[in-house]
Design a protein around this ligand. Structure first.
Ligand code: 3SL
Length: 241
């Protein structure tokens, strides 16, 4: 198995697809997706375009759907939800499909659509994602961070490092054997440095600071937890997890 880390969708190759692709947006899209599925959501359908989201979700009965939208960290007007995983209680999401569009996370997921195994990962469901990779043994795995509008983000790279670190522990591969690019080694180094203070790292991250200005401290706390949800968001059809 060779693992590659790409910090943003823009840095991800466009001329090939891996056997397994893992999209990461710890703050907060993939944390929200994992939370909805763990809380009994029927499925999560991802859109980059808000008009398309509205048109497709109109085909579902209102009691069977939820619309979640975020732009610039804030909730899209008229939608039931923004992008806070803490709003996704089982009372609200049970048996309903979430139609979601966010600034960066949904772009990362769409960037890897050509892979036969597309997963959504965050720190909270890291163990389930690692378990899938270990059992499936894909030849090539990509972890694609969402970043922020094309730029590197600390929280997605530390999650990539958390996944890589756990794969190393469970397979006994050496970092050189696992790593397909240098980004893997630097992601592992970042995780090793911060694994006991992930919330502290989020406070230093530019998007963490953006969310703190929007009074989302509790979201940061929630998303900085590791391995607390046993849920594997895996794509069943294009755009549906
Ligand atoms: O950019 C995204 O996809 C979002 O996750 C950003 S936010 O955390 O909802 O502001």
């Amino acid at each position: 198995m060779k693992l590659f880390v790409y910090h943003t969708p823009e840095l991800t190759p466009t001329d090939k697809a891996p056997e397994c692709a893992i999209a990461v947006d710890v703050l907060r899209a993939t944390s929200t997706i994992a939370t909805v599925l763990a809380a009994g959501g029927e499925a999560v359908q991802v859109f980059s375009d808000l008009d398309r989201l509205i048109a497709v979700s109109e085909e579902w009965p209102p009691e069977k759907r939820l619309r979640a939208g975020e732009r610039g960290g804030a909730k899209v007007e008229g939608f039931e939800l923004g992008n806070s995983p803490l709003d996704c209680t089982s009372e609200l999401v049970q048996g309903r499909r979430l139609f979601i569009s966010t600034t960066n996370g949904t772009r990362a997921l769409q960037r890897v659509q050509d892979s036969p195994n597309v997963l959504a990962a965050a720190l909270i469901n890291r163990a389930a994602v690692v378990q899938f990779v270990i059992e499936k043994q894909p030849e090539t795995v990509w972890i694609v961070g969402s970043g922020w509008e094309g730029s590197f983000s600390l929280e997605d790279t530390v999650c990539a490092g958390a996944i890589a670190h756990s794969i190393l522990e469970k397979t006994h591969l050496s970092p050189e054997e696992l790593a397909g690019n240098d980004e893997v080694i630097s992601a592992i180094a970042l995780f090793s440095q911060w694994q006991n203070n992930l919330l502290g790292l989020f406070h230093q991250a530019s998007h963490g600071q953006r969310l703190l200005r929007l009074h989302c401290q509790e979201d940061l706390e929630y998303c900085s937890q590791t391995d607390v949800l046993d849920v594997l968001p895996i794509q069943q059809e294009i755009g549906v997890l």
